[in-house]
Each structure stands twice: as C-alpha cells, then as structure tokens.
Ligand binder design. Structure first.
Ligand code: KMH
Ligand code: ZN
Length: 281
C-alpha cells in the first residue's frame, strides 16, 4: 500500500456511461452536444478528467470511433484543457474490436478492465486474461495511460501479474469500482482491502455505485486517493433527489474534498499527478 499523500484531488466525471438511461434521469446525455454540455458542467465544477462513453442519438451505446471523435471534438470546443478518458469497456456484449476502437484516437488515458464479473441479471462483463493482455499491449504501444478498472479484488492481482509480465506499465493507476451487482461491495472494510492490495507507488481513484457514491468518495479523499462521480455510477444528488447535471455531482464531491482538506487539481496538475503524455493532435 502506498503512503498516504494529500496531493491535490483528481476528480473524474463519468458523465454518460453505457447503461444508464434518460428514463432513470432525464439529464443523462446521449447526443454529442448533450455530452459536451455535461462535460462542461463537470469541468466547471472541478472535474479534470472526463471518463467517456458515447451513445447514438437515441441512447444506444456505441464504441464507434467516429462518434468518439465527434464527441471529443465537441468537448474540446467547450473545455479545451480537460483530459478525455475513453472507455474500452463499452457495454456488456460488445466485441473486443469494437471496444478497442477509441484507442485509435490516441487519447491521453483509457480504461483497462482487469477481469470478468457478473453485471446484474444475466449480464456478464467479459475480460479474459488474454484480452487484458491485448488491450494493455495496445495502450503501451500507443503511449496511453491505462486506468485499471477494479470491480473485485482478484482484478488487482491480475493487474499486478500482467504488470510484472510487461502488459501494463508501472506505476499503475487504479479505479476501485465498488457496489456493482456482481462486484465488491461499497463498504469501508472492502475499500481498506483494495487499498491494502495495490502496489506501493500506485495511484488510485474510487467510484461508488448508486448509494455508495459519496461514502466511497469520502473514503478515497481521506486515504489520499482520487474520486470519480457521474451519471454512469449514480444519478442521485442525495436520497430521492435526482441530480440536475453531472456538474452537481462533481460540485458535491469537490465540496466534500474541501471540507476534508483536499484542494482540487486542474487538468495540467492532474497530468503531472498521473504522469500523462499529451497525445491527441
Ligand atoms: N459499461 C460497463 C460494462 C469501462 O468503462 O471501462 C463497463 C464499463 C467499464 O463501464
Ligand atoms: Zn465506464
């Protein structure tokens, strides 16, 4: 486990997701314009990273490279300095080829999901060892920093093994996704278990799903980690109150951080904290 270091807090906004719908919260963005406006609201509230899924205008999730390019261009127009982190998870059932498509755009970061897990109902989110190797190798080849997505503790062990074998570059940056129906719970006990399992020198952020959103954020803030919030993970500002935008969720995380003594990182500070290379043209 790394030493606790109270550097500035990186807030990632997962503004769109692949599964959440306007039926759950009408403010969930689908179109490129809606996505860019949500990115802007999140950026203005303190997010320095946008974790990006994209949709067709009718809400269907897609990993189409041109749709990513369009959405990133719209985001860039409104938030020129923000770090865009495309998903390579896509949605359950997508092919490996589809999921890898946004990497061709050479983003600074992208997600790297490090294991298979149940994802509610009959859904299984498939990430075999060989898939993770191929995704990791592609990111190393393109100089893209992976955010290693951890839905359960064994995924940390997988990432450590693949890092030792050269498929993921060190130091690794993890995201503890806690509270998925099929993954690890959003509890303090399990947070401590994950935190104690990552290699010294790693960085980490954490996402609480649903009602765990802000308790997990608080755990990460006081542990020297970073925070992810957004509609992908949770659509409520508080119990029974839908957030009007991702900006409200980011603003609440930033307020919590300030109360707990953490300042918020700007995008270039985040680049320094996470060791990012600027790649996009
Ligand atoms: N939509 C989930 C099946 C990622 O972005 O890398 C996967 C996901 C993880 O959201
Ligand atoms: Zn995602």
């Amino acid at each position: 486990m790394g030493e606790i270091c109270m550097e500035k807090l990186v807030i990632t906004a997962a503004i769109c997701g692949a599964e959440v719908t306007k039926a759950q919260n009408p403010a969930v963005p689908y179109t490129a314009r809606e996505i860019a406006l949500e990115a802007k609201a999140a950026r203005e509230a303190g997010a320095s990273v946008i974790h990006l899924h994209v949709r067709e205008d009718d809400g269907r999730p897609t990993q189409d490279r041109e749709r990513f390019a369009q959405c990133i261009a719209e985001i860039r127009r409104l938030c020129p300095d923000v770090i865009v982190q495309p998903s390579t998870g896509g949605s359950v059932g997508m092919s490996e080829e589809e999921r890898l498509a946004p990497l061709d755009l050479r983003p600074e970061m992208a997600t790297l999901d490090c294991g298979t897990c149940n994802f509610g109902g009959d859904d299984i989110f498939v990430n075999t060892e060989n898939m993770i190797k191929r995704f990791g190798q592609k990111m190393i080849g393109l100089g893209i920093k992976p955010e290693v997505e951890i839905f359960d503790k064994g995924m940390i062990d997988m990432a450590i093994r693949l890092c030792a074998q050269g498929f993921i570059a060190a130091p690794m940056h993890f995201n503890f996704v806690m509270g998925v129906n099929g993954g690890i719970s959003a509890t303090l006990r399990d947070f401590a278990f994950l935190l104690g399992s990552i290699p010294r020198g790693s960085s980490f952020t954490a996402s609480g799903i649903g009602r765990g959103a802000f308790s997990v954020a608080a755990m990460s803030i006081v542990s020297g980690g970073h925070v992810r919030v957004g509609f992908e993970d949770n659509v409520y500002l508080e119990k029974g109150v839908l957030a009007k935008s991702n900006g409200e969720l980011v603003e609440k995380a930033a307020r919590l951080a300030r109360i707990l003594g953490r300042e918020i990182a700007e995008p270039d500070e985040t680049r320094a904290i996470l060791g990012l290379k600027k790649l996009e043209a």
